[in-house]
Design a protein around this ligand. Structure first.
Ligand code: SF4
Ligand code: SF4
Length: 313
């Protein structure tokens, strides 16, 4: 009897795929679901893009975090420009907190919606840490939304390490939903959006950003940025976000129409140092000087660590 020779290297397992009409329909349903809930930006990234780009360490990639993942769906919410301009202020802090809660709710809802459709899903919340102390010990979340948003075709990474989107520049917050469904990807943006204008580097109060002559993404001192975050958490007007405020990229600027605004940003620090009542900045300083303690904290009372933080890459 001739026995069949056992193959030493069995062929790679062929992935079971859904018919293309069904999967296109799934993509449309996800987009409709998210748009109906007010999502501003949505993009789809195949998990292989993390391996192809090889920018994120392997243990921080979607499949290492949740092995069934095949697609990452990234959702974005706008941070309206005139509120970002008041930073650091309680008004900005409240908007930031609201956007974060809204993003987690959206991701939670989308995950359950996909599960109901029979597509196993998982989400990573918009921030991945519980305190400033945790960030001081390890200045990195277990998963980063900025590369996810880039691989989902929502923007490019600028000198400031923020994701710049055509719609809102860096004035947008993200959350990511992983799903085992293989959904048609969105193309990545190939043209860099960053102009290397240096506004982020010039206006950063901690000089945490340094423009590089040889590449778009600048050098970023995350410890200096964290120091700023610590100060603002203590004053209860976190986060900083000045680098997101001054970036000229984004069609949101055409909605708000502010001629001469870049000069106003670049002059701000000097003008307010010379005259804290400078009428040109009165609207912003009014909001910064209400609802936020201006004096020194009482002796013996420890600074409370806040739960929020700049999304550090
Ligand atoms: S402020 Fe200018 S240099 Fe900085 S990220 Fe935006 S476009 Fe790039
Ligand atoms: S968040 Fe503030 S301190 Fe941090 S890099 Fe941006 S401008 Fe600088």
């Amino acid at each position: 009897m001739v026995r069949e020779k056992k193959e030493e290297n069995p062929p790679a397992k062929v992935e079971k795929t859904e018919p293309s009409g069904k999967i296109q329909d799934l993509k449309k349903r996800i987009i409709r679901f998210c748009r109906n809930r007010g999502v501003d930006l949505i993009g789809f990234a195949p998990v292989e893009r993390w391996d192809e780009a090889n920018e994120v360490p392997p243990e921080y990639r979607p499949r290492a975090i949740w092995p069934p993942a095949k697609t990452v769906i990234v959702l974005g919410l706008e941070m309206p420009l005139p509120i970002v301009e008041t930073t650091p202020s309680v008004v900005h802090m409240e908007m930031y907190k609201t956007a974060n809660v809204e993003l987690d709710q959206l991701a939670y809802d989308l995950t359950r919606y996909l599960n109901r459709l029979g597509q196993a899903s998982f989400f990573f919340p918009r921030d991945g840490y519980g305190s400033m102390r945790a960030l001081r010990e390890k200045n990195r979340a277990a998963f980063a939304h900025i590369p996810a948003a880039k691989y989902a075709g929502l923007g490019t990474v600028g000198a400031s390490h923020n994701l710049l989107t055509p719609e809102f520049g860096p004035r947008v917050r993200f959350v990511s939903v992983f799903t085992s469904a293989r959904i048609p990807p969105d193309p990545m943006i190939s043209k860099e959006l960053c102009l290397k204008c240096q506004a982020c580097a010039k206006c950063c109060p901690k000089k945490a950003i340094r423009i590089r002559p040889d590449r778009v993404v600048g050098d970023y001192d995350d410890r200096a940025c964290l120091e700023m975050a610590d100060e603002l958490v203590t004053r209860r007007c976190f986060p900083c976000g000045i680098c997101t405020k001054v970036c000229p990229i984004g069609r949101d600027r055409t909605v708000y129409k502010q001629p001469g605004i870049m000069k106003k940003y670049l002059r701000e620090k000097e003008a307010l140092a010379a005259n804290p009542e400078d009428p040109e900045y009165r609207a912003w300083t009014h909001l910064r000087t209400h609802g936020v303690a201006q004096g020194k904290r009482r002796e013996g009372k420890k600074a409370a660590a806040g739960p929020e933080g700049k999304t550090l890459p």
